[in-house]
Design a binder for this molecule. Structure first.
Ligand SMILES: Cc1ncc(COP(=O)(O)O)c(C=O)c1O
Length: 392
C-alpha cells in the first residue's frame, strides 16, 4: 500500500476482541461493513438485527433507546436530535394512518404550539386547542373533531397544570385517537405515562435526563402498536441524535434519579419560601395543596415529588421590574432552559412563549409578571438567599 492508501485504511474496521466495554462507547461510524453480503442483505431487509447505516440505527443510540424504553416501561424508543424533532416525529407516527387532526392541550411549550400552528396546520393538519384539565371540554372537542391524536404535557409549561392523563387517554382511545404525552417536566421518576394509557411518550432529554446543560436531544418512546411506524418514518425523515450526545445523555441519566429527588426537595422549599414573600403575587407549584389540579396531582405524582419547576408572579411588576429583578440575581442563571444542575430562571413572555399570540397567552394566564424557575441541586439556602437579595 502506498502512503495515501495507508492513511485512509490502516487501523479501521478492527474488532475489539472478546472484551465488552463496561460503559457504552461513542460509535461515530456512519456505516457498517460485513464480510458476508448475504448477511448485509438480511440486515437491510430487517430479517436479522444489525447495523448498516447510522440514520437507521447506531449502537450508542440503541443503548440510550433501550435505557429510555426501560425507564418509561415502553416497547421501544427513538433518540432524536432535539425535543422538538421528537415531538414532530411522534405526532407524525400517531397521525400516520389516522385522521389528520390533533386535539392539543392549550397549555404547551411555545415551540410546540408553533410546530402545530406554523408547520402542521399549513400542511393540512387540523389543530384544535382545549383545556386538558377540563374533561368535558376534552370530550366535546374529541367528539366534534374526531382527531387522530391528542397531545398533552404531563406537567405543562410554564403554569405547571396537571391533567387527568388516564381519563384523557380513555377519551382518546374510545375515539380511536393516539395519546402523545410530553413527559419532559415530570420525568419517568414522577410519572410513567404508559401506565396511564399513553401511546407515545416524548422527552426533551436536554432537560432533566441529560441534566447538565451540555446536550440537546430528544426521545420518543412508543407502545408496540406505533413502533414500526416510528422507525420507518425515522428512516425517511432522519431526525436522529448524534452518538456523542447519546453518550452524554446516558452518562447524565445514571445520576438522574438522585438529581431529581434533590431538584424536587429544593423546589418544594423554594415554592414555600416564595409563597410567604410579600413581593410575590402568586406561586404556581404542583406541591401546593391549593393548586387548581390538586386532585389529579394526588393521583398522578408520588407524594413529595412535585418536580423542579416553580413559576411565580412578581406583584405589580412590568417588564422593566422583571428585567431588573433578573439582573440582580447572582447565583440563579438567567438562561433559556430547565432541568440543569444549576438553577435557571426564564421570562416566558420574552422567551419560551414569545411567539404565542398575546391573546392566547392572556387566556392561558401567562402574564407579563410571570417568571419560571427551574430549581437546581445547589444547597437550597443559597438559592433562597439569592432570590431574597434580588427581590430586595
Ligand atoms: C416541555 C418541553 N418540551 C419540549 C421542549 C423542546 O426541547 P428541545 O429544546 O430539546 O428541542 C422543551 C424545551 O424547552 C420543553 O420545555
Amino acid at each position: 500500500m502506498q502512503i495515501q492508501t495507508k492513511a485512509v485504511h490502516v487501523g479501521d474496521r478492527k474488532k475489539p476482541g472478546p472484551a465488552i466495554p463496561v460503559t457504552t462507547p461513542i460509535y461515530t461510524a456512519a456505516s457498517y461493513f460485513y464480510e458476508d453480503m448475504e448477511q448485509l442483505d438480511r440486515i437491510f431487509a430487517r430479517e436479522e438485527p444489525g447495523y448498516c447505516y447510522s440514520r437507521y440505527d447506531n449502537p450508542t443510540n440503541v443503548a440510550l433507546e433501550e435505557l429510555i424504553t426501560s425507564l418509561e416501561n415502553g416497547h421501544g424508543s427513538l433518540a432524536c436530535a432535539s425535543g422538538m424533532s421528537a415531538i414532530q416525529i411522534a405526532l407524525l407516527a400517531a397521525l400516520n394512518d389516522r385522521r389528520k387532526s390533533i386535539v392539543a392541550a392549550d397549555a404547551l411549550y411555545g415551540a410546540t404550539i408553533n410546530l402545530l400552528l406554523k408547520v402542521l396546520e399549513p400542511l393540512g393538519v387540523e389543530v384544535t386547542f382545549v383545556d386538558l384539565c377540563d374533561l368535558e371540554a376534552v370530550e366535546k372537542a374529541v367528539a366534534e373533531h374526531r382527531p387522530g391524536c391528542v397531545l398533552m404535557e404531563t406537567v405543562s409549561n410554564p403554569l405547571l397544570r396537571v391533567g387527568e392523563m388516564d381519563r384523557v387517554a380513555r377519551i382518546a382511545r374510545e375515539a380511536g385517537a393516539a395519546l402523545v404525552v410530553d413527559n419532559t417536566f415530570a420525568t419517568p421518576l414522577l410519572v410513567r405515562p404508559f401506565e396511564w394509557g399513553a401511546n407515545l411518550v416524548v422527552h426533551s432529554v436536554t432537560k432533566f435526563l441529560a441534566g447538565h446543560g451540555d446536550v440537546l436531544g430528544g426521545t420518543v418512546t412508543s407502545d408496540a402498536a406505533h413502533y414500526d411506524t416510528l422507525r420507518t418514518l425515522s428512516r425517511a425523515y432522519g431526525p436522529v441524535l448524534g452518538p456523542f450526545e447519546s453518550y452524554l445523555t446516558m452518562r447524565g441519566i445514571k445520576t438522574f434519579p438522585l438529581r431529581m429527588e434533590r431538584h424536587c426537595a429544593n423546589a418544594s422549599r423554594v415554592a414555600a419560601w416564595l409563597s410567604e414573600n410579600p413581593a410575590i403575587e402568586r406561586v404556581h407549584f404542583p406541591g401546593d395543596p391549593a393548586h387548581p389540579d390538586s386532585a389529579a396531582i394526588r393521583r398522578l405524582l408520588p407524594p413529595g415529588l412535585y418536580g423542579a419547576m416553580v413559576s411565580f408572579e412578581l406583584k405589580g411588576a412590568r417588564r422593566e421590574e422583571i428585567f431588573r429583578f433578573m439582573e440582580r440575581l447572582k447565583l440563579v442563571v438567567r438562561a433559556t432552559s430547565l432541568g440543569d444542575v444549576h438553577s435557571l430562571i426564564l421570562y416566558p413572555v420574552m422567551s419560551s412563549h414569545r411567539e404565542v399570540p398575546p391573546a392566547q397567552r392572556e387566556r392561558l394566564g401567562i402574564r407579563d409578571n410571570l417568571l419560571r424557575l427551574s430549581v437546581g441541586i445547589e444547597a437550597v439556602e443559597d438559592v433562597i438567599e439569592d432570590l431574597g437579595q434580588a427581590l430586595g
